[in-house]
Structure formats: structure tokens, C-alpha cells
Design a protein around this ligand. Sequence first.
Ligand SMILES: C[S@@+](CC[C@H](N)C(=O)[O-])C[C@H]1O[C@@H](n2cnc3c(N)ncnc32)[C@H](O)[C@@H]1O
Length: 566
Amino acid sequence: MSVYYDAVTILTAPSPNGGSFKSRIYNARTIKSTPAQVYALIIETSKWDILLKEVIENAGILKLEPKLTPLLSLLLVHDHLIAKSGIAAKATHPLRQAVERHKARLRGEFIKARVRRGCATIPDLKTAIQTEKRAVLGPSSAAIYPRWVRVNNLRTTLAQQLATTFAGYDQVESLAALADKKIWIDPNVPDLLAIAPGVEISSSAAYRTGQVILQDKASCFPAYLLIGDEDWEEGMDLLDGCAAPGNKTTHMASLVAKYGADNNKKNGTKGGRKHHVFSMDQSPVRAKILQKMVSTAGADPLVTVLPGQDFLALDPEDPRFENVSGLLLDPSCSGSGIIGRDDVPKLVLPETAVQGQGQAGKKRKRKAEDGGNRDGEEKKTKAEAEAETVVQTPAATDENDVAVSGMDTERLIKLSNLQTRIVEHALAFPAATRVTYSTCSVHLLENEAVVQRILASEVARRRGWRVLRRDEQPEGMRKWGHRGERKERVVGDKVDEEAVQTDVTLSDEELEGCLRCWPGDDEGTGGFFVAGFVRDGAAEQPGDGDGEVDNEDDEEEDEEWGGFSD
Ligand SMILES: C[S@@+](CC[C@H](N)C(=O)[O-])C[C@H]1O[C@@H](n2cnc3c(N)ncnc32)[C@H](O)[C@@H]1O
């Protein structure tokens, strides 16, 4: 029986800052049953809640069984009607008896609910319930943050994964239609799939062996924007300057492997010189994670990890980097685009009494002396308060597992100084012709304003860098509709609007070249920004610089706070 009490404890506990819902369960010290059991019970119940609510209300068991709260009844009736082994408690346990006493009535209501929806099978019924649930919860419901799955071409192909790991999955036409055994093939990023948020993939062989990698859609934009739909500069090297935990490095390696194989097929060759990828992170601890991810992805032969390496301390003239033509920079940022980790599944709970039986749907105003509050509002009973408990499903931002709670302008400015310096350093690599800059921030100061400062820098002007135009971008990125912004868009209450006003003087063409993602719309992404820089000729403009990067903000370098690091 403890698994039901544990689930209630998890669902009703205040949401702490940071950590995914799953990790909260796994780290909870207060639960007695195994975390996997508690997690599975909550996730499975959340898939059926609309129907269970209907069954419980129509069977009227909450009125008859005072020991049952709405949340407990939902969890118990789920296991009673749907779990193969029924309620996980002794047959004599009072709560199990409180449900099983009404088994004929519950079964009857379950059948009626299925017939009402015209569903012949249980899987059809489950899909119908999930569609209803999305309609009830609206566009900001957790269901629009799917599980994004990137196929790793170093180990497998999309076709192989569809035939094995995802065999039996039906392709859907929209993210909103995702449910069990349904799959979405992304139209913007090659080899990217989405499955419903609750579907467990991390225990699959494909995940464990690095054939598939869980990576948010937006986080796949930078490597794809950098490398494109075919090998743009075969044989040249690539560099990821801020790489841990390694999603974008392994994505670059996957694209290199894919296009290398394509070229070999086209030319009848057996593999000429492929790109080599240099990947680094200034944090030695995070660099270990990076190395592990590179190895799991099968990318060791292609990738050299430089552990603990500060990108800013690399000498662009170092002969090791003389062939580096593409650089990806995804530095630390405010993380303001990270989807909130207030991410427990939303459960639609039964009401204690149903309409037509005298109470439900009507607000019973209690008199102040009966316990009403000062404003004459009804004071909620424990069960009613519980009935309003609302929680949301994990957003799949695996490299960004921390929610942000507020950021002052001074910190944003320090971050944007550091971000600008990092990209300017990249522009100085002698053979570089393409660079991408990305953040998981929604703020102009860290995004368009950084692009603007970079374009105005000495190194960019001297070497002829400009923004990669929309019409030059790979097909999937060209199709992406959300582009650069001139005005700060306030997402939630994360920052003082007044404080971050900044003039964006980029041209319309430059803004069109920038890509944005926003949390809360129907694209299934968090907030994200990416821009590509390109330079057409190898020739340097005669300039006043000596090759050194113009670091107007050097004194900010050692600020104690470095932003979100993943
Ligand atoms: C947003 S995370 C990168 C996520 C990574 N690109 C991925 O997709 O998995 C930023 C990383 O940059 C690293 N970093 C920040 N400044 C750096 C610098 N100057 N040199 C190297 N790494 C740096 C941080 O330690 C952090 O791990």
C-alpha cells in the first residue's frame, strides 16, 4: 500500500527548485517503495485520469468511502481497473477494500465510458483519453513537450531505428497527436523523432548503446545549422568550444559520419579524410561527462576531447587548429528559456460529489462562522484542496536540467560580455568560415544584442564575417518560422522588462538569419536562440588590429557567477 501514499506525498509536496520530476522521485528520502514503482504509478495514472475521474464520479464511491481522497481514489482505481496485478496491497487493507467493495459498479462505469467513446480496444481508448486530456489542459499542457530523440548516425540510421526500437509505432501528423506507440518525424532537423512524454526510452538498448540520444529539438539546431544538409567543406576540422555534456559535439559527429558515408557512396570511395572534431569544456568535471558521452556515441575516432580547456585560452594560431573551418559556441547563459521544471504530470481528479447529486459544480459558500475566510470565500477541505493539486510533465531539456528563477540586468550584461568574447575568439581562427552561436536564453541581451556586438567587433569587420542568411541555411532551418526579435518578449516573470531594454539595430535580413524558439507554443521546444556567422573570402581586410580579439569588457572576465552551465 505504501506506493499509493508515496505517490500522494510526491504529488502534493511543494515543487523544489531544479531537477526533473523523475530525479525528484529518485532523490526523495521520504518514500518507502521503490522510486521506479512510484514513478510508473504516477505516469500511468496520468494517462488515464480523465476516464478514471468519470468512472469514480459516476460510481459515486467518494461519497460512500470517506477514507478515499480524490487523489488516492484515482491511483487505486487505476490499479484496480487497469494494472495487471491489481491494487498492490493486502486483500484485507481497508483502502483496497474501499475500492473493491464497488468492483461491479466500477467495472460497469468503465465499460460505459469505453462504449461512449466508441473505442473497440483498450489502446484505442487510451489514445482517445490522451486527446481529451490535451483539450482539457489547453495549449500549455505538458503534452506538447514531447520526448525528443535524435538518431545517432555513428551507430545506426533512422530507417534501422524505425524498424527496431520504434517498430509498431504509427507516425502522427502533429505533436499534439502523440500518444503511446505514436511517433513524430521532425520536419526541421534530420534524424530527429518525438515520442509522447511519458514513454520510457532510457531503459531501451538503443539508448544504452548510444544509438539514440535524448536531445531537445532546439538544441539540435546549432550543429545542423553549422554543417548543413551535405558536407560543406569536406575534410576540414570542426571545434566545439563549450561542449559539456556533449549533445552538440555528438550531433556534429553524427552529421559528419552521415555525410561521410553519403560521399563515399557517391564517389565510390571507402572514406577519405573526414572532419575531425575538437571538443572542450573548461570544467574538468563536466569534461568527464563529455568524454563519456562521446564514447557512448561511438564518436571517439572522430572527436578529440580537451578536458578542462578554457576556449578563450586556446591560441587560434596553434597548428593543431589550422584546418578548423567550423566552430560551434554554446556558452553558459542565463537559462531563461529552460522549460520550468515544475513538471509533475497534471492529474485531473474526481470531485467528491458529482453534479446532479446536489453539490458538484456549485460553489457552496460557507458562512464565516462555518470556517469561511475573511473575503467570504469558501475554505477548501483537504480533499478539495488536493483535488486542485496540479502538476506537470517533464520537459525534455536534458542538457539543461535547472530551472531559472530570476536574473538581474547586471548579471545578464556580464553574461553577454562573456558570450561576445567567446564568439569573437572563434572568429579569429585562421581557416574559420562558419561559426554558430547559441543560448537557451530568451533575452535580447544574450541573443540579438550579442550578434550585433559581434558584427561590430574589430575581428568580424577585419575578416569579413556576416550573419548566415535565411536563404543560405540548411533546408530544415530555412523552414523554421521563428526568427530574430527587435523587442524583448517577456516570458513569465523571469526578468524586469524595464531592465533589459536594448536597441537592436540589426538589419531585417540579419534578424531573419537568427533563429528563435519559444517555450509554451505548440512547437514542443524550450526558449532557444541560434545564429550562424559566415565569411565569404579568405582575404583579410587591412585593419588596425593585430589579430587580437577586441575585448572591451575584459574586466568582466572574472566575475564570480558564470551562468547556467548546461
Ligand atoms: C550551455 S553549456 C553547453 C552545452 C553543450 N553545448 C551541449 O549541447 O551539451 C555551456 C558549457 O560551456 C562551458 N564553458 C563556459 N565557458 C567556457 C570557456 N571559456 N571555455 C570552455 N568551456 C566553457 C561550461 O562549463 C558549460 O559546460
